[in-house]
Design a protein around this ligand. Structure first.
Ligand code: GRF
Length: 200
């Protein structure tokens, strides 16, 4: 059984897609053990509570220093003995110690076809504003492993989405989420869970 932790900052629609995929059998042999947010009002935490999943808020604001926040975040995560950590719109930089300790066991969903429109400053709506400004006809989403860089780790899955004439950033974001993010994030977890099962 793949023990999964999900780190969130916002509405949690990607988290919900994962939970739905576990419920409908698209993801087998995986269980979300904890959802952690830096933002106490993140609706993603509500989604976790509704499902009886541990929902923790660990905010940098509660700590004297970033180091103390990082230490607390890592020690709480360690309590769950996770096989996979999923960054689903987590807007806080994760500690290097966490990347080292969970190397190749942290994945991130990014709302573009990396290497386009990614890296520092490219998050949320800004990604889609940049895609529209460049005039690309195709965009999409990427699931990649997390390394020390920003959106630079090995790519696991990608899915393309058409940019339509007159799209607003919001309309494009919605289409990328519905047609790509909510599809490939569950698929990625299903693949990793299957791989673990086969190795067992
Ligand atoms: C998604 O657009 C994702 O691509 C980005 O952050 C957003 C999270 O949305 N990394 P949600 O909280 O899953 O609804």
């Amino acid at each position: 059984m793949l023990r999964v932790g999900v780190l969130v900052s916002g509405g949690g629609t990607n988290l919900q897609a994962v939970l739905n995929a576990i419920d409908n059998g698209e993801i087998q042999n995986a269980e979300v053990k904890v959802v952690i947010s830096n933002n106490k009002s993140a609706y993603a935490l509500e989604r976790a509570r509704n499902r009886g999943i541990d929902a923790l808020c660990i905010s940098p604001k509660e700590f004297e220093s970033r180091t103390q926040f990082h230490d607390e975040l890592l020690s709480r995560i360690d309590e769950y003995h996770l096989d996979l950590i999923v960054l689903a719109g987590f807007l806080v930089t994760i500690p290097e110690a966490m990347i080292q300790k969970y190397r190749n066991r942290i994945i991130n969903i990014h709302p573009s076809l990396i290497p386009s429109f990614c890296g520092t400053g490219y998050f949320g709506l800004k990604v889609h504003e940049a895609a529209l400004a460049r005039g690309v006809k195709i965009t999409g989403a990427t699931v990649h492993y997390v390394d020390e860089g920003t959106d630079t780790g090995p790519i696991l899955l990608q899915k393309a989405v058409e940019v339509k004439e007159g799209d607003s950033p919001e309309e494009l974001q919605k289409r990328v989420m519905e047609e790509a993010e909510w599809v490939i994030l569950p698929q990625a977890i299903a693949l990793i869970a299957k791989e673990q099962e086969e190795k067992a």
